[in-house]
Write a protein that binds this ligand. Structure first.
Ligand code: ADQ
Length: 434
């Protein structure tokens, strides 16, 4: 078996940053054996091993069936199992040991995401010389939800080992700071805490994409040709596009139901409009993922069963990962990008679409509950649970006057190009090194 890049936003965002700056990437290799990591030209990787029980209890269990749903507003009920907590602690300690062994004197350590919230404290205890930053890729929930967690104080003490705790939005940073004051001895403000005699800064650092790379792809002849071909293959219809990991936070069934309602009411027809939903499978062993897949597939089946016409299928559903070039071609081919998660830390797909719209056409429909909504103000924003509003914004996007669309896209593009992933990394590391 060969090696694959793991799906999702963390790797999409970090790979260009690490390739630019150089760093050692300590991470799980995705397997349960003692695989040999091949040498990559541009990345230095240092694997941490997990066994089968770790994968079940730590990864699918505590990370993806407790923390992930809890931090996403309990869209799916989080599971609380004592048996999953110890493996979480053990694996965090293993990562911390791997870091401590490899980090040079006074090096900078950047810990990523909800899987490793205990690492900052463990590293700090053995290596006070290191600068430690933490970044959470997903939302940090409100106190009412975080309080459910039986291990809340331990997690907070873990995070408070960092010098800087960074989040996608100001709201997440403030949520963290408030619960830290409530459940630990830390004191201070929403932006700065004092914990065990040290200063811990709490900041918002919204993550982004390698905009130049997407833009160059979008301008390339091969992607332009492929985009034109996709449009032909879709019958020259107006194209609505969505691209997500197949995850219950992404709101895929909710979005399909809004499209279904428009078809049922005759506001759109399969002759004129097609919705392409690309969904990459992920975390199929965690709780809730089977259900969302079934629901998506049933809904697609029901819509196509009711509204297809000869040669014209209203929903095209691809359950697979696409190579970056092909993904860019879809972004270039789409008239309307529909990004409507029920809750999302940031959402890179929205920014990738904007980066690819080099001729300033195209409309972005964006959920208010994606972190990206704070920055992408000129997107057409919607509460995805409001089905009437959802239908309304889809119609608005499909019929938007070309001048208004261009004006909105120009503003979105300036935002994404100025605040790309390198800007994000610089801002974070600058705060850490201050
Ligand atoms: P994700 O939940 O994975 O990321 P997102 O930010 O949208 O969500 O990133 C998904 C990435 O996977 C994008 O780069 C996209 O291009 C890629 N992708 C999705 N479907 C694909 C497909 N079918 N084929 C190929 N590529 C596909 C988490 C958080 C987000 C946060 C990121 C980064 O949940 O809120 O934005 O981390 O911090």
């Amino acid at each position: 078996m060969g090696w694959e890049r793991s799906p999702g936003g963390l790797v999409s965002a970090m790979q260009p940053v690490i390739e630019e700056r150089g760093a050692l990437w300590v991470g799980w290799d995705g397997g349960t054996g003692a695989a040999r990591i091949p040498a990559f030209d541009t990345l230095s990787l240092s694997p941490v091993r997990l066994n089968r029980t770790d994968v079940d209890h730590y990864y699918h269990g505590f990370c993806n069936s407790t923390l992930w749903p809890l931090y996403h507003d309990a869209i799916h009920p989080p599971q609380f199992h004592r048996d999953w907590w110890r493996p979480y602690r053990d694996v965090n300690a293993r990562f911390a040991r791997a870091i401590v062994r490899r980090a040079g004197r006074r090096a900078t350590v950047w810990v990523h995401d909800y899987h490793l919230q205990l690492v900052p404290q463990i590293v700090r205890l053995t290596r006070p010389d290191l600068r430690i930053g933490f970044f959470l890729h997903i939302p940090f929930p409100a106190e009412e939800l975080f309080a459910w967690l039986p291990w809340r104080a331990a997690l907070l003490r873990g995070l408070l080992g960092a010098d800087v705790c960074a989040f996608q939005t100001e709201a997440s940073a403030a949520n963290f700071s408030r619960v830290a004051r409530r459940y630990t001895a830390a004191e201070g403000t929403d932006r700065e805490l004092e914990a065990e005699g040290r200063r811990v800064r709490c900041i918002a650092a919204p993550i982004s994409v390698d905009a130049d790379q997407f833009e160059a792809l979008a301008r390339s002849d091969s992607v332009q040709r492929r985009a034109a071909e996709i449009r032909r293959q879709l019958g020259g219809r107006r194209v609505l596009l969505s691209v997500d990991r197949l995850d219950y936070t992404k709101g895929i069934p909710t979005r399909l139901r809004a499209f279904e309602e428009l078809l049922r009411k005759g506001r759109v027809s399969a002759q004129r409009v097609v919705h392409v939903q690309v969904a990459v499978p992920s975390r199929e062993e965690a709780v809730g993922y089977d259900e969302v897949r079934r629901e998506v597939e049933q809904t697609v089946g029901r819509i196509n069963g009711s509204f297809s016409e000869p040669g014209l299928t209203p929903v095209h559903y691809f359950r697979r990962s696409l190579p970056k070039e092909e993904l860019a071609a879809y972004y270039v081919a789409a008239d309307v990008m529909v990004v409507t998660p029920l809750r999302d830390g940031m959402n890179l797909v929205a920014k990738e679409y904007v980066a690819c719209r080099v001729n300033h056409t195209g409309v972005l429909v964006l959920s208010e509950f994606a972190g990206a909504a704070r920055e992408l103000r000129r997107a057409v924003q919607v509460n995805p649970r409001d089905v009437d509003a959802f239908c309304g914004v889809l119609l608005q996007a499909l019929s938007m006057d070309g001048r208004e669309a261009k004006m909105r896209m120009a503003v979105l593009r300036t935002q994404v190009r100025r605040h790309d992933v390198f800007y994000w990394a610089r801002t974070f590391l600058h705060t850490l090194e201050e």
